[in-house]
Design a binder for this molecule. Structure first.
Ligand SMILES: [Zn+2]
Length: 421
């Protein structure tokens, strides 16, 4: 069997095994991980890694698994490198009773999703055309697929198997990291970062073939509190100040041309995310997102200016703004160490893929890990249309992602030896 077919067979088999375990995570749960299925999958992965002969696998009660492949003889001095995937699936669509559909040698036409009546249309999915002649996995239209991020997990584990079975490969220490509750935003909340030995970590949680994501938003939250003055509505003239009206006036002053609905690519935005209140108090939560730190700061200042303007328009009322920086553009941490992205690019080119950079219009666990001091760019998994019934996965891209993961520790070792010469 040639190498590509081996990678494909292994990643597909693993993915199908993981896909049927319901690992949907739940927001605002009072335990970690938020749902029992995630721990079930982590235990299964741990057994698999142990069976491969990986000597050290640590499963944390909070829902993290860290496995360590020791350096090959003579490579002990090479800094450790990590690979990370999350085992949970998104809360938006059910992840229970997932029944993956296999489409072999895709012919470029629309794909019927089971008997659900849904269609994966070629016209809505230009990426499908890149996969003509390749094999695709879709849902049956009743659930999500969970390629986000079980494809990433299957690829990392397959690469680990390859490294364990090929003693001739020289590589430094490799850490395999599996996390839970990524989709709830709490994935890194209890992460045992002090136990990590890796100097950098590649997250396998990206999308189409060849993509490298090294950049995400700067994220700022503004908590706006409008305070009014309540009076009997029949005697309110000249005395009542309505906080609900103030809040509505505040939201109308946010530029609609700079909202998520009207921006794309590298454009930032304001988004009024929630509003609640009554005549006396009304609270608004505003998200500010931008790839540029100074632009994010400018928007935060603009929100404060709007608050002052509303206050001036409603004498007797008050508006306060509390600004919280939620996460940072990870490019800031990653670009300090050019070897990290250069190694990923070289790994892709070695197997015939031209890398392309895309920006994440959101945050990732990798961004939070980068903020903790371990730069963590995101690599492709072969999955598309995440968090939906239209999720699909190119199995050939999955095989290629596993090959990239195998290449990185080898290139990392070569570079280190070059440098120490
Ligand atoms: Zn993901």
């Amino acid at each position: 069997m040639d190498m590509h077919s081996w990678y494909k067979e292994q990643t597909v088999e693993r993915f199908l095994k993981y896909a049927v375990i319901d690992t949907q995570s739940k927001r605002d749960a009072d335990r970690r991980p938020s749902t029992p299925g995630q721990m079930e999958l982590l235990r299964l992965i741990r057994r698999e890694l142990e069976e491969m002969g990986i000597p050290e696998t640590v499963l944390y009660d909070e829902g993290y698994l860290i496995a360590r492949i020791p350096a090959s003889p003579g490579c002990e001095q090479i800094p450790a490198v990590g690979f990370m995937a999350h085992v949970d699936t998104a809360g938006d669509v059910s992840g229970k009773d997932v029944k993956p559909q296999m489409v072999c040698s895709y012919d470029g036409s629309d794909i019927t999703l089971g008997s659900s009546g849904l269609m994966l249309r070629a016209s809505d999915n230009p990426e499908l055309q890149e996969c003509v002649g390749r094999d695709i996995i879709t849902t049956d239209g009743t659930t999500l697929l969970g390629a986000d991020d079980k494809a990433g997990a299957a690829e990392i584990i397959t690469a680990a198997q390859y490294i364990m079975e090929h003693e001739e490969i020289s590589h430094g220490p490799v850490e395999l990291i599996f996390t839970s509750d990524e989709e709830t935003g709490a994935g890194m909340d209890c992460f045992p970062v002090k136990d990590l030995q890796s100097v950098c970590c590649y997250t396998l949680d990206g999308s189409g073939r060849g993509s490298i994501e090294a950049e995400c938003f700067y994220a700022v939250r503004a908590d706006v509190k409008c305070t009014g003055v309540s009076y009997h509505l029949g005697r309110a003239k000249g005395r009542m100040v309505n906080a609900v009206t103030m809040a509505s006036s505040f939201i109308r002053m946010l530029p609609q041309s700079e909202s998520p609905e009207s921006t794309e690519d590298r454009e930032g935005y304001y988004c009024a995310l929630s509003i609640q209140g009554d005549v006396e108090h009304a609270d608004i939560q505003v998200y500010i997102r931008d790839f540029d730190r100074s632009q994010a700061q400018r928007r935060a200042n603009a929100v404060k200016d709007i608050a002052k303007a509303v206050e001036a328009a409603f004498p007797g009322g008050s508006v306060t703004v509390e600004i919280t920086w939620q996460y940072e553009n990870m490019l800031e941490g990653i670009s300090k160490h050019p070897a990290i992205l250069e190694t990923a690019e070289q790994a892709m080119r070695t197997i015939g893929i031209e890398p392309r950079y895309t920006s994440i219009r959101g945050g990732t666990d990798g961004a939070r890990l980068t903020a903790m001091g371990i730069p963590a760019p995101n690599l492709f998994t072969g999955g598309n249309n995440y968090h939906s019934r239209y999720e699909w996965l190119c199995t050939d891209a999955m095989a290629e992602a596993a090959a990239v993961v195998t290449q990185i520790p080898m290139i990392w070792a070569d570079r280190f030896r070059e440098k120490s010469k």
